[in-house]
Design a protein around this ligand. Structure first.
Ligand code: M6R
Length: 605
């Protein structure tokens, strides 16, 4: 949530800031702004309501130039989206941008008002800049920042400039990600290193509590105790093009079509013959995995749905009991830890505030170990978990998660096979199924034109129900989330057996029902549910195995899905449903990649 970028160099850095903001826009897009120190050592700020392009257009009318600057794209928490609430915020000669939430901002605001500070926004951020200003004595910027952040409660990443030091930026990481980019006689700060790939491949991923003092030539890092420290420099092997749309109209469509390759990457080097390489989960996995009797999965959103699928797999194929919980619930609940339980977090970003808080809580409890399955190598979840498995989906820019989900499922099936193997079962059928995933995805992607056509029959509806049974129920939940997220159509998902316990009352010609119908052991029961809807005049949209004998009629639309191994059916059925949501949203003219009110990386609770 919110994207920060900063640069201190010996050239005009405004184009770098704007380009970086465009790449960070997935983190929030309700307003954007930047501030630079110009050639007269004055702060020059420009802010605009709306997307980064509004700011870029504003810069054409009001060009800015400077060698040092900070910029921000916002996802509103405190204060409505507006120009006055947009960052950067200024106090006297100081300017800051902020990602995160300051929980004690009300008390701090009134203290600062008593001291005479006037507030021009409704944000919690403005408290920070005035607080630093109140500590600003003897031109000692470092001391002012160190003093002020001791008073802040909450999660934040900050970038700060002051006109007295026209070639200097200070950054702070405390609960929200912050990364240094290293150029030749220039330094950068960013919330996501993808934003800087056009200027550098060299990065330092700051640790919790780090403060960094940057000039073009020097960088100094202080840890949470104020001690000077050096962090490792990492070279990114990501190419700039990986974070672009290429020939696709939207990131989401590109990411849907990348899923065959992405799932192959998830498996690469992790299978040997009929075995899962246990070391893929970390050096301690070999010792810890045989001890696992129970798995507790915690995640949010789409990642939570991946966890729900894994529960079916772990219990059916590895005979390991499993609970799955939404992180924002788990973190505040009194929970009982069963002996020998592995605590497993799932996340695309690895920075989701609730999931991270749940992990930190779990580390204080009596879990056997912690494992994260995550897409971001340098993320907080990876760094703070004892064991980890990278999903290797590559950058996912669309706010609606697609390839991250598919690779999470692939990784979770790999994990299931690994536990089955470690606990003395034959994992051969699971491994055969795993190896089939990329090809099956390619096959199902060919349904795209049919799905696009089906979307035209659906897009007029304002509400819908999704039904699935067994392991397809979480896929119904995920499909409903995807549809509501990008099409703004109200969608709910039910296990099909629940239909007659209430939701059937909603079914009429305006409440279409979308049903996932693989040819598995539950198909007859599911087809009875389909008949229950049909008998009441409901409109049906079926994603059904091609071998099942259902016939399209005026009120029944069918996508015939090629027969698939039942083990991987949830992975494969999810893909046409992603395409369906995508095409409906496009037909409705929505901003598919940046749906209203949302942001990609939810780093606040
Ligand atoms: O980065 P994470 O996987 O932890 O994110 C969790 C959710 O915020 C995320 O899956 C969200 O629900 C997506 N927008 C769904 O498409």
């Amino acid at each position: 949530m919110c994207g920060i970028i900063g640069a201190v160099a010996n050239r005009n850095i405004v184009p770098i800031l704007v380009d970086g903001l465009k790449r960070l826009e997935y983190r929030g897009y309700d307003s954007a702004g930047l501030v630079v120190i110009d050639q007269h050592d004055q702060l020059q700020r420009l802010r605009r309501m709306g997307k980064v392009q509004e700011l870029a257009d504003g810069l054409v009318a009001t060009p800015l130039n400077g060698h040092t600057g900070i910029a921000h794209t916002r996802w509103a928490t405190h204060g409505a989206p507006s120009e006055r609430n947009a960052h950067p915020h200024i106090s006297g000669d100081l300017a800051i941008v902020h990602n995160g939430i300051i929980e004690n901002y009300v008390a701090l605001r009134s203290q600062l008002q008593t001291k005479g500070y006037e507030f021009t926004s409704d944000t919690d951020t403005e408290v920070i800049v005035h607080l630093i200003h109140s500590y600003w004595k003897n031109n000692d910027l470092l001391a002012a920042v160190q003093g002020a952040i001791k008073e802040l409660q909450g999660a934040f990443a900050l970038a700060i400039i002051v006109k007295h030091y026209p070639q200097r930026i200070i950054g702070v990481r405390q609960g929200s990600p912050l990364i240094i980019g290293i150029g030749k006689n220039e330094h950068f700060l960013t919330s996501d290193h993808l934003a800087l790939l056009s200027v550098t491949q060299q990065f330092i991923f700051l640790e919790e509590g780090d403060l960094v003092d940057l000039t073009p030539e020097k960088l100094m890092i202080y840890d949470c105790d104020g001690k000077k420290i050096m962090r490792p420099i990492k070279t990114s092997d990501l190419a700039q093009e990986q974070a672009t749309k290429g020939d696709y109209q939207h990131f989401m469509l590109k990411e849907i079509f990348e899923q065959a390759v992405a799932s192959a990457q998830t498996l690469e080097g992790r299978l040997a013959g009929n075995h899962v390489l246990i070391s893929a989960f970390g050096t301690k996995a070999e010792v810890l995995f045989p001890k696992i009797k129970h798995v507790q999965i915690v995640a949010c959103g789409t990642s939570y749905h991946a966890g729900l699928v894994a529960r079916y797999w772990l219990e059916q194929y590895a005979q390991i009991s499993c609970q799955v919980e939404i992180a924002s619930e788990f973190r505040y609940r009194d929970n009982v830890v069963q002996p020998d339980t592995l605590f497993l977090t799932l996340s695309q970003s690895g920075e989701t505030a609730d999931t991270l808080a749940a992990l930190r809580k779990a580390k204080e409890q009596n879990y056997l170990s912690t494992l994260t399955i995550c897409n971001k190598p340098e993320s907080s979840l990876i760094r703070e978990s004892e064991l980890s498995l990278l999903t290797r989906a590559g950058p996912e820019m669309g706010v609606a998660s697609t390839k991250a989900f598919t690779t999470q499922l692939t990784a979770l099936l790999l994990f299931t096979a690994c536990l089955a193997q470690v606990h003395g079962q034959d994992a051969t059928t699971l491994i055969t199924a795993l190896r089939a995933i990329p090809e099956q995805i390619k096959t199902v992607l060919q349904l795209d034109p049919d799905i696009k056509k089906m979307a035209t029959h659906f897009s007029r509806f304002r509400d819908t129900l999704f039904l699935g049974r067994g392991v397809e129920y979480p896929i119904a939940l995920e499909a409903a989330l995807k549809l509501k997220e990008i099409s703004y159509i109200h969608a709910e998902a039910y296990p099909a057996g629940e239909l007659k316990h209430g939701p059937l009352a909603l079914v009429d010609e305006n409440m279409p029902v979308i049903v996932i119908v693989p040819n598995d052991h539950l198909v007859e029961k599911l087809l009875s549910n389909v008949q229950e809807v049909n008998a009441r005049g409901g409109r049906l949209f079926l994603f059904a195995d091609q071998s099942i004998n259902v016939v399209a009629e005026k009120n029944i639309h069918i996508i015939k899905v090629p027969t698939v191994n039942a083990i991987i059916a949830p992975i494969i059925y999810n893909i046409p449903l992603q395409l369906f949501a995508y095409h409906v949203a496009v037909l409705l003219g929505n901003d598919v990649d940046q749906p209203r009110n949302l942001a990609k990386s939810v780093t606040v609770e």
